[in-house]
Design a protein. Structure first.
Ligand SMILES: C=C1C=NC(C(F)(F)F)=NC1=N
Ligand SMILES: [Mg+2]
Length: 223
């Protein structure tokens, strides 16, 4: 639990959680992020990873530019994997996977900033919660082409299972999520959805984000 973000505020931020790096964009990442914010994303994760991803000074410069846009629109800015970059930029938090640094080590480095952890099953969830994760990224829910080494899609059952077993912390689903299947993810118990290409590769990013937003909000009202 971070003191900066109550669970309730974090659940709100997880509703439409856009994740992006330069390789996920067909045009300037600055334009893509600005349009996604106009369309109503609620949190942003800088994930500069994969073939041709930027490194060093170029990666830092892009991160700084995207963080500046998030600050302007009061959108929380999260960094994937790169804890040192997150500390240098004073990001709002980090997201780590099972193969990244151990949670206690990362928590020591980031203090009360947001610490998100990828989990794929109840065993990983149990450990991540015990070690102090603030939210879970659960997936891939549906098949994804974005993450090269993604595990097989689990479907929404894992979300329902975690809630049934009493995991009440903020949870976001990830993996192949679009406006068409987002409502299933919320109905199964996620607080929000995380997307990369459903927004970053859309012809009209503002519109695609608005449609995704509506799919989430409509469903929340039904819950
Ligand atoms: C591999 C990932 C899994 N989940 C998430 C998030 F949606 F933020 F929880 N981000 C990642 N980079
Ligand atoms: Mg990682």
């Amino acid at each position: 639990m971070t003191t900066t973000f109550t669970d309730a505020k974090l659940r709100e931020a997880l509703k439409v959680y856009f994740i992006m790096g330069s390789i996920n964009c067909l045009k300037s990442p600055v334009e893509v992020l600005t349009e996604a914010i106009c369309g109503g994303i609620t949190m942003f994760q800088f994930r500069e990873k994969g073939t041709n991803a930027l490194v060093g000074e170029e990666k830092y410069a892009l991160a700084e530019e995207l963080q500046f846009i998030c600050k302007k629109y009061k959108i929380p800015f999260i960094v994937n994997d790169d804890i040192a970059l997150a500390q240098t930029l004073k990001a709002d938090g980090v997201h780590i996977g099972q193969e990244d640094d151990p949670i206690p080590v990362v928590r020591e480095q980031i203090g009360d900033k947001i610490l998100g952890v990828s989990v794929h099953n109840v065993e990983e969830a149990k450990i991540a919660l015990q070690k102090g994760a603030d939210y879970f990224g659960v997936g891939p829910i549906f098949p994804t082409t974005t993450k090269a080494d993604a595990k097989p899609a689990s479907g929404v059952a894992i979300l329902t299972e975690l809630r049934m077993k009493g995991y009440s912390l903020p949870i976001v689903g990830i993996g192949g999520i679009t406006a068409k299947n987002a409502s299933q993810v919320i109905k199964a118990g996620a607080d929000g959805v995380s997307v990369i290409t459903a927004i970053s590769l859309a012809d009209n990013i503002v519109h695609a984000t608005k449609v995704l937003n509506e799919a989430i909000i409509q469903n929340d009202r039904k819950n």
